[in-house]
Design a protein around this ligand. Structure first.
Ligand code: BTN
Length: 248
């Protein structure tokens, strides 16, 4: 793997997009930073990226346009990180499409940006992992968030964690290139947060409400609606409505 470590940068995804032409085409480039001054989340949100405590990573690679289930690569990264946590004896869940949670709180998020060319797509797959972030700092995040340290009470070696993530993701990417999302379907569905519970999901046009049911073969969300139909959601933002009236 081609590695670039930066000290301070606006965003590792932005850096990767600016420099992609300089990276070797046939392998993964892994860009990391000590801190981000303008860390980016999904839907133009800010990603809190204080210095020296977390993992701020962008994986750059190319995929052929005909890659099966190409648009589900971000979900694969969530499965890779969740698998790593399971090996560390933690019990993660994945909030569709790609947030990893511990004890119902977000520990990592994935931002995938893609640019399509004539025969391949450039993939900029960013993951932010709260590793050693302290509880006080986590409270400043605008949604329930946690870190590996907050959950386990110990300080984690970020270098070793990054190495494990690189290994896991390289191997998962090879599998994905050959078989698409299929091998990741069950691992993801088994960890799916809010399964069987009432959720709402904004898909960019409409707010859907229903029961979080399952995943399609290619990693989209099956939402079970009140009229007993299934609505397939390709992209969106899920909110749990636990505790609200299931008849509404
Ligand atoms: C989200 O959950 O909204 C996605 C967060 C993704 C954050 C990572 S940190 C490394 C990379 N660089 C960015 O600016 N964002 C991603």
């Amino acid at each position: 793997m081609h590695e670039i470590h930066l000290d301070t940068i606006d965003s590792t995804n932005v850096y990767a997009k600016l420099h992609a032409a300089e990276f070797p085409a046939g392998q993964i480039t892994c860009i990391t930073a000590e801190e981000q001054t303008a860390g980016r989340g999904r839907y133009q949100r800010h990603w809190v990226s204080p210095r020296g405590v977390n993992l701020l990573v962008t994986f750059y690679f190319q995929l052929p346009l005909q890659t099966l289930h190409l648009t589900s690569i971000a979900q694969v990264m969530a499965v890779s990180f969740a698998s790593l946590l399971i090996k560390e004896e933690l019990s993660p869940k994945i909030k569709w499409p790609n947030d990893v949670q511990l004890n119902g709180k977000k520990v990592s998020g994935v931002l995938c940006e893609t640019s399509f060319h004539r025969s391949h797509a450039d993939i900029f797959l960013g993951i932010g992992i709260n590793v050693n972030m302290e509880k006080e700092t986590l409270q400043n995040i605008d949604q329930p968030a946690t870190s590996l340290k907050a959950e386990t009470g110990r300080t984690w070696d970020r270098k070793s964690l990054l190495h494990k993530l690189q290994e896991q993701f390289s191997s998962d990417l090879n599998l994905f290139k050959n078989e698409g999302f299929t091998p990741f379907h069950s691992p993801f569905e088994n960890l799916l947060a809010y399964k069987g519970e009432k959720i709402s999901c904004f898909d960019g046009r409409k707010e859907w409400t229903g029961i979080c049911h399952s995943l399609t073969n290619d990693g989209q969300l099956n939402l079970y609606l009140a009229d007993h139909s299934i609505q397939v959601i390709a992209a969106g933002d899920v909110k749990n409505l636990r505790g609200s009236d299931p008849c509404q």
